[in-house]
Ligand binder design. Sequence first.
Ligand code: PBG
Length: 329
Amino acid sequence: MTVYGSFPGARPRRLRTTPAMRRMVAETRLHPADLILPAFVREGVSEPVAISAMPGVVQHSLDSLRKAAVEAVSVGVSGIMLFGVPEDAKKDALGTAGTDPDGILQVALRAVREEVGDDLVIMSDLCLDEFTDHGHCGVLDAQGRVDNDATLERYAEMAQVQADAGAHLLGTSGMMDGQVGVARDALDTIGKEDVGILAYAVKYSSAFYGPFREAVGSSLTGDRKTYQQDPANVRESMRELALDLEEGADMVMVKPAGPYLDVLAKVAAEVAVPVAAYQISGEYSMIEAAAEKGWIDRDKAILESLTGIKRAGAHMILTYWATEVARGL
Ligand code: PBG
């Protein structure tokens, strides 16, 4: 046998020899409090409805939503992000149901707040796409383009009704210019200075939102490329980020997460506010589908995907697996 001098001189493998050793030197740890559960609530159903493109995720009834919130609290999840799914007949061009105090999202916010109080950070999606009959995140002008400033007026009203209904944090996700500042002003005007804004500062126009369209029964034809960002860009994200902070964002979000870890790392290095990342519907469904086929180990893939997002710099992660993962940690 040939001995090649004294190489290798260094042996990094020593620190990987046993599970205890690997646990000790792990640089990234997931904690239940890192996790936020996105949840859909559908108007007019008494039982949860399965979402075929997201096996394991449902459109909740108000009852099952309350239970899901209690369960999330019991395993240490820190927050819940609510999305309303109105009856089709209630969708219109202005997304009126989004600002109706008795609209499904507001009803759901009140129900969850009543059920868990301040034990979860209760968040709501501040966006019109679930409520418009054309499926866009804003209102349209005469030419059918998304009208930024007319949309801001709708968002101001949404901010107020969501805060009134009990949200602790509003997730401004529509990618309209000025939306954070407008929501901040609207909240302050009605004495809701304590309600915060989780700004989707960096939100890309992504194919991975696909399954979400079924989850909220979206009516969208076409795409959101005139308001969501081009996946090719990162300098642009730094500009969006600076603007949202200037306008008063309390936390910022990068979305999607997995395909944008470089962006997430850059954002986390840049800002002094907490940074959230949203592991979106397509990221969820890809792992579930591959696991269903027996092509990957589901549980390991889930943990690896979340560990990667945290390692890249996320302080909080929105994930449809929040409750399951928190329970297992
Ligand atoms: C906008 C919104 C979307 C998602 C969260 N908020 C859809 C979109 O921007 O097209 C997607 C979340 C997911 O895919 O899991 N209301």
